[in-house]
Each structure stands twice: as C-alpha cells, then as structure tokens.
Design a protein. Structure first.
Length: 227
C-alpha cells in the first residue's frame, strides 16, 4: 500500500508540485500560504461578527487629517478603481493585446478581471458585513463592505498590468512595479479615508487579490511554456 502511494506521488503529484514551485517561486508560494493563513483568520472573525478594535481606531486617526483639499484628492484616487474607469482600462488593454497577437495574455487577463469580480461579489454576499458609519462618508455605497472590491480589483488589474509591462520593458520594471504598488495602496487608503470601508476590508481585498493574481500569472506562465 505504501509503495503504491509512493509511486502515485512520484508519478502524478510530485511533477506538478515541482512545476508549480519552479513557476511561482519559493518566495511566491510561501507568501501565498502565509496570506491564506491570515485570510482564514479574518474570515472566521468576520463570520462570527467579531469586531476589530484597530478598525475604528485607524479610521478615527485617518479622519483626523480630513480637509477639503485632501477630500478632493482621495475622491479622485478612488475613481481609479471605479467600474466606469476599470471597464475602459480592461477593454483598451484587451484590444491592444489582441491586436498585437498576445492572445494568451489577453485571455488570462480577461479571466483575472472577471474572476476578481465574481470573487468580490460572492464574498460580499457570504459575509454580508455592513459598511462603517462612524462618521459621514464622502460618497454613498449600497453594497456590503467585506472585502473591498476596489482593493481586490485594483490589486488584480493594476498588478497584472504591471506584470505585462515589466515583461515588455524589463529595464523599467522597478519603476512600473513601484508605480503599481503606490496606486494600489493609495486606492485602498482612499476607501478608508472617505468612510466606506474598514481597514480589514482593504486587507482582505488585497489578500484575496494577491492570491488570485498569483494564480492567474502562474496560469499564464504555464500556458506560455507549453506554446
């Protein structure tokens, strides 16, 4: 029995694990596992309707810096992940990729964005966490709070775009990834500032977005290797 199990592992399981590790990298795999652990803890607490003390404390601290000028800046930043803007960016990107015959990239990018939308919508319905109401928000949101769709969507879309651009222009990869990180972080912070998300909503959105982005990039790497 043990011998058969060992043979099955060597012939069927181990090659796939080895390929996965080579493709995603040890650091990437370790970071994914760590984030999964953190997300599992967050999900359990949210399902049990537990409150996070630092959520309220951080929102009050950030709100202490509120002023009309910063309000305008944050409202502009948050629009970078609004559906109207995202649809345009996705459509233009898909058009360019398809026109330049990068069909694999176009397909995986479409899957990544569509998957992010499905994940966000489904998880909001599962957790049904209400929006924060500790101070008047700058905009009105009617959907549930957890996780943040802006955080999840921006991480996947801008993260994938950064990966594609870095592969095309490797000399500018550091600048591209830095710009993507700043943009994604600013969008998440803007959602807390304007009062429509708890910090844990943003953390969960980033976590789910990271896992999904890594899966999609891994799919793209495996597909391009086979071509």
């Amino acid at each position: 029995m043990l011998r058969k199990s060992y043979q099955f592992w060597v012939q069927h399981i181990n090659p796939h694990i080895t390929t996965l590790i080579v493709t995603i990298g040890v650091v990437g795999l370790a970071s994914c596992l760590s984030i999964v652990f953190i997300l599992a803890w967050l999900f359990e607490e949210v399902l049990e309707k537990e409150a996070f003390g630092f959520d309220t404390a951080f929102m009050y601290w950030l709100h202490g810096y509120a002023n009309p000028s910063l309000d305008a800046v944050m409202l502009t930043i948050t629009k970078l992940a609004n559906p109207s803007v995202v649809v345009v960016i996705v459509a233009v990107t898909l058009g360019i990729l398809w026109w330049q015959h990068h069909r694999s990239e176009a397909k995986i990018f479409a899957i990544a964005c569509l998957g992010a939308l499905i994940l966000n919508s489904g998880m909001k319905l599962v957790f049904a966490k209400p929006r924060p109401h500790i101070f008047p928000s700058l905009i009105s949101e009617t959907s549930f709070s957890f996780p943040s769709g802006h955080a999840l969507g921006s991480f996947v879309m801008y993260g994938f775009l950064a990966y594609l651009l870095s592969a095309r222009f490797p000399k500018f990869s550091k600048f591209i990834y830095t710009l993507a990180v700043i943009t994604i972080a600013a969008i998440g912070l803007s959602r807390i500032y304007i009062g429509v998300h708890w910090p844990t909503d943003i953390i969960a959105g980033y976590g789910v977005g990271y896992i999904w982005l890594m899966l999609c990039i891994t799919m793209l790497k495996l597909q391009t290797r086979q071509v």
